[in-house]
Design a binder for this molecule. Structure first.
Ligand code: SF4
Ligand code: SF4
Length: 110
């Protein structure tokens, strides 16, 4: 699975944490453990109408890119359950090409 990763378009991450729950259920992990964890930055006012407030998922050592699911042609559980559709699973070179010129994107290669 080293050719594959997950592209995160975190501009639209709502912080709902459905990805964390989906991972815990898929991997049979207790509540304090997951392959993905959502972090929050802000809110604080930068200047005038500008505010800093972002959520962004980070992928942790327990993530195996849902090897059992993806080997059967299914999407990773977190990708499947992200209702904002900001997680995209695919080949690293294809995901990397999609990042060009866009802000607030993270390419995860667990
Ligand atoms: S790809 Fe699978 S193992 Fe990795 S964080 Fe998502 S649900 Fe968890
Ligand atoms: S499920 Fe999607 S929108 Fe919700 S916290 Fe995770 S990445 Fe963000």
């Amino acid at each position: 699975m080293t050719d594959y990763g997950i592209l995160v378009d975190y501009r639209w991450c709502s912080g709902c944490r459905a990805c964390e729950i989906a991972c815990q259920m898929e991997q049979g992990l207790p509540p304090q453990r997951s392959g993905v964890k959502v972090f929050e930055a802000g809110p604080w006012q930068i200047a005038g109408e500008r505010w800093q407030h972002d959520y962004a998922p980070d992928f942790l050592d327990e993530c195996d890119l849902c090897a059992k699911r993806t080997s059967r042609g299914k999407l990773p559980s977190c990708v499947q359950h992200c209702q904002a559709e900001i997680l995209e699973f695919g080949r690293i070179e294809e995901l990397s090409a999609r990042m060009s010129g866009k802000k607030k994107q993270i390419l995860i290669i667990p």
